[in-house]
Design a binder for this molecule. Structure first.
Ligand code: HEM
Ligand SMILES: *[C@@H]1O[C@H](CO)[C@@H](O)[C@H](O)[C@H]1NC(C)=O
Ligand SMILES: *[C@@H]1O[C@H](CO)[C@@H](O)[C@H](O)[C@H]1NC(C)=O
Ligand SMILES: *[C@@H]1O[C@H](CO)[C@@H](O)[C@H](O)[C@H]1NC(C)=O
Length: 332
């Protein structure tokens, strides 16, 4: 027992890691301005580019799902080592510049204090609220992970069955109401034709015929290698329940969007959200909060969200910036 304990203590001295401690207002004392700095940058960006909302919502989902909200999605690949960014479904994730901008501002105010994973979580919440969703409470205190491995990426594909999709969500502590609500994230943003062109080879009863014709035309446009279509054909920038109404009318873009509308496992939830916009918004907020509870147990406060901190030799650890990375609440 004693041996094990001193081993752990040794480990903690060797690496500047800390344990996660998720709560409301984690930075209240250490960086009181953090959340308003994040909100400010999101607001400014949103004013000129409403597509920042889908960009952040998708980034948050990819970061948290099947692992932890640990900002591993932000790590840049190097020639020596590919990161999660280099993995198939993540190739079109956007919004990294906004995170860089926020991180720079937050580092100026409070160096090495606010994690990149918290920045993603708070920024996403603000972007959802600006687009018309609820301004739900985001707990903070996440740590940035120490790994980013493309081979560990395990996100659902577009042609997954509803049952298999629900099982994947369940493995992330998300029930079918959460899953259907989160898919409502597709009420904003776009998909590239490459993700749904398999539905366009021949007319298919699951897609509205006029949508089919339009997508066929747009996706074969010669002036763009991989055009996009709005996931919500009616109100692509509003965080509303229109997505559910569209899929009821067979105007879903991705195979899985269309499948949840008529599968017996999800049809009831879809119909409920299509009728009750406030219920959708509340369920979406609840599910986003649950997704945010998947956190890394150990990690660091990255100084640059795109690269892991460099290990620092212990003897030179005089400056207090490094010491700040060790949190006092160790649990053993
Ligand atoms: C079975 C589950 C899911 C599948 C198969 C799926 C698949 C996809 C695909 C293929 C795209 C298009 C990407 C592109 O062309 O760049 C996309 C976009 C998007 N997804 Fe999902 N998704 C799923 C669940 C979710 C969830 C749970 C959320 C968030 C809560 C989400 C949020 C988004 C957003 C906001 C976009 C638009 C991104 C943009 O405009 O840049 N998705 N999704
Ligand atoms: C959401 O609420 C927080 C306070 O909890 C506030 O700082 C932020 O500006 C709000 N965001 C939006 C977009 O209203
Ligand atoms: C995308 O990144 C997330 C986390 O950053 C990871 O869990 C997921 O497996 C990645 N997807 C792919 C296909 O690389
Ligand atoms: C097809 O492209 C036109 C012109 O850009 C656009 O207005 C329309 O919404 C697109 N249709 C679909 C289904 O994406």
């Amino acid at each position: 027992m004693k041996g094990k304990l001193s081993f752990l203590v040794c480990l903690l001295f060797m690496f500047p890691v800390a344990l996660a401690d998720l709560r409301i207002g984690f930075y209240k004392d250490t960086c009181p301005g953090a959340e308003s700095i994040i909100s400010g940058v999101v607001q400014t960006t949103f004013a000129s580019d409403k597509s920042i909302t889908p960009a952040l919502v998708r980034m948050y989902f990819h970061d948290c799902f099947n692992a932890a909200c640990d900002a591993s999605i932000l790590i840049d690949s190097t020639s020596a080592k590919p990161s999660e960014k280099a993995a198939g479904p993540n190739l079109t994730v956007r919004g990294f510049e906004l995170i860089d901008k926020v991180k720079k501002a937050v580092e100026e105010a409070c160096p090495s204090t606010v994690s990149c994973s918290d920045i993603i979580a708070v920024a996403t919440r603000d972007a959802v609220a600006l687009a018309g969703g609820l301004n739900y409470t985001v707990l903070t205190g996440r740590l940035d992970g120490l790994q980013s491995d493309p081979s560990k990426v395990n996100l659902p594909g577009t042609s997954i069955s509803v049952l298999a999709a629900l099982q994947m969500f369940k493995a992330n502590q998300l029930d079918s109401i959460d899953a259907v609500a989160l898919l409502g994230g597709h009420t904003v943003g776009v998909a590239h034709c490459s993700f749904f062109k398999d539905r366009l080879s021949s007319p298919d009863r699951s897609m509205d015929p006029s949508l089919f014709q339009q997508l066929r035309t747009n996706c074969s446009s010669s002036n763009n290698v991989d055009p996009t279509a709005n996931l919500d054909q009616k109100t692509p920038f509003d965080f509303d329940n229109q997505y559910y109404k569209q899929i009821q009318m067979r105007k879903g873009i991705l195979q899985i969007d269309q499948r949840i509308a008529f599968d017996r496992l999800t049809i009831g939830i879809v119909n409920d959200f299509a009728l009750n916009p406030d219920k959708f918004k509340q369920s979406f907020a609840n599910a986003m909060i649950k997704l945010g509870n998947l956190v890394a147990n150990v990690g660091e406060i990255r100084q640059n969200c795109r690269v892991f901190n460099q290990p620092k030799p212990r003897p030179q650890q005089q400056n207090n910036q490094v010491d700040k990375q060790e949190r006092p609440s160790l649990i053993f």
